[in-house]
Write a protein that binds this ligand. Structure first.
Ligand code: PMP
Length: 423
């Protein structure tokens, strides 16, 4: 038997307190393959949560690319190497022609930290706007974009948090644009000006509300009118996860000046990037003289290149579109049976269902927590997010099949039937 209590005690002693672990009884995972994970007792789980192993846990092509390059050379970008050039060339070919160059880093947080400073260097303004329910990472600057835990000493004076969209309770998009416009006015009044709006165009951490194409147009126009630029954080929706497009900003119909990438980019190998136009990127390079010891090293680039190739050769964007649509259709059928499912939403293999307690759409956070635990008990891993954490968050590796979707929805049916709807 896995010694969960013993491992938790060692973590507390060696890593300090308040280290996040999923589930009431945390899992001790020891092996992964495709969409499956195994715990130390040999129990198999269907992974419906992890987006980082984008092309499947331990994909042999990615493992091989890493191993071959690690056995040949791993240095840094102060030596010339084709690996980073070949990768960036292939990556930017997936974007609008205006987004033609990239800086490679190791985490989404680093990418967003650079993006914010790039926006400031490119515009000469310092004001930054984000939503009030977001998360973009953990550097001193980027962590202030999140309102979950206020920073010691309070938020920086040049930050504004605009109310996040909420399609269920506030279906009109106007309030988001209004919040952004008010932020622009207040940044102008205090002399910061607007450098950027940083936004995940799929609003993943905000609970991925269903938004119409054009939803962001008004806010984007207001930012540009004020001399600012748009940063699209594609760390969650990017690399085809949403099925209909490679990038979230394409789905919502905007072309940002800067795009940040991370999580799925190396299938678990720590690699991330900032993509921008040459001029915008040069403003940052000239202002800061940036170097990142591990960013863009040959092994990272080999891993990232293998991921791009597998997405293409295995048709994983099409798979996300097709299997995601099938899974949502089956979940909508469940919504007919369980009226507390207020909304089934998402795109491609990023989807979920929001649970409510009553007709006024009071979010059922505790109920959803019990559903997540019930799913784990039956061997399915997923999680929750959004308002009061009442939305199931389902985001499996992109090799998820119809058969996997059937197992997910059949199990959800059983768990919903046995979980009492109480606050
Ligand atoms: N942006 C978004 C939208 C994220 O969800 C996250 C992480 N959850 C990050 C950035 C930060 O990425 P990392 O943990 O690699 O620093």
């Amino acid at each position: 038997m896995a010694d969960i209590a013993g491992l938790m005690a060692r973590r507390e002693a060696l890593l300090g307190p308040n280290v996040a672990a999923f589930y009431n009884e945390p899992l001790h995972i020891v092996k992964g393959d495709g969409v499956w994970l195994w715990d130390a007792d040999g129990r198999r789980y269907l992974d419906c949560y992890n987006n980082v192993p984008h092309v499947g846990h331990c994909h042999p092509k990615v493992v091989e690319a890493i191993a071959v390059q690690a056995a040949t050379l791993n240095t840094h970008t102060r030596y010339l190497h084709e690996g980073i050039l070949d990768y960036v060339e292939k990556l930017v070919a997936r974007f609008d022609a205006s987004l033609s160059a990239a800086i490679m880093v190791c985490t989404g947080s680093e990418a967003n930290d650079i993006a914010l400073r790039m926006a400031q260097a490119a515009t000469g303004h310092t004001g930054i706007i984000a939503t009030d329910m977001t998360y973009h990472g953990n550097t001193a600057l980027v962590s202030q974009l999140s309102t979950r835990k206020p920073p010691i000493g309070g938020f920086a004076a040049n930050l504004r948090h605009a109310p996040a969209p909420d399609a269920l309770r506030r279906p009109s998009g106007d309030s988001f644009a209004e919040g952004v416009t008010a932020s622009i006015a207040s940044l102008a009044a205090e002399g910061f000006g607007t450098a950027c709006l940083i936004v995940d165009p799929f609003f993943a951490n905000e609970g991925f509300p269903t938004l119409q194409p054009g939803f962001l147009d008004q806010a984007v126009a207001a930012v540009r009118e004020a001399g600012g630029i748009i940063i699209a954080d594609e760390v969650q929706p990017g690399f085809g996860r949403i099925g209909t497009h490679w990038w979230g900003h394409e789905k919502v119909g905007i072309t940002p000046e800067i795009v940040t990438l991370g999580k799925p980019m190396g299938n678990g190998h720590p690699v991330a990037a900032v993509v921008a136009g040459h001029e915008t990127l040069s403003a940052f390079r000239n202002a800061f003289g940036y170097f990142n010891t591990f960013g863009g090293n040959p092994v990272s680039c080999a891993a990232a290149m293998a991921v791009l190739e597998v997405i293409e050769t295995e048709g994983l964007v099409e798979n996300a579109r097709e299997v995601g649509a099938y899974a949502r259709e089956r979940m909508r059928a469940l919504a007919g049976k369980y009226p507390f499912i207020a909304d089934v939403r998402g795109s491609g293999l990023f989807f979920g269902a929001e649970m409510v307690l009553d007709d006024t759409n009071t979010p059922a956070g505790n109920f959803t927590a019990r559903v997540v635990e019930g799913m784990k008990a039956r061997g399915i891993l997923l999680n929750r997010l959004g308002k009061d954490y009442a939305t199931l968050k389902i985001r499996p590796p992109m090799v998820f099949s119809r058969e996997n979707a059937d197992l997910l929805v059949d199990t959800l049916d059983a768990v919903l039937a046995e979980t009492p709807l109480v606050p």
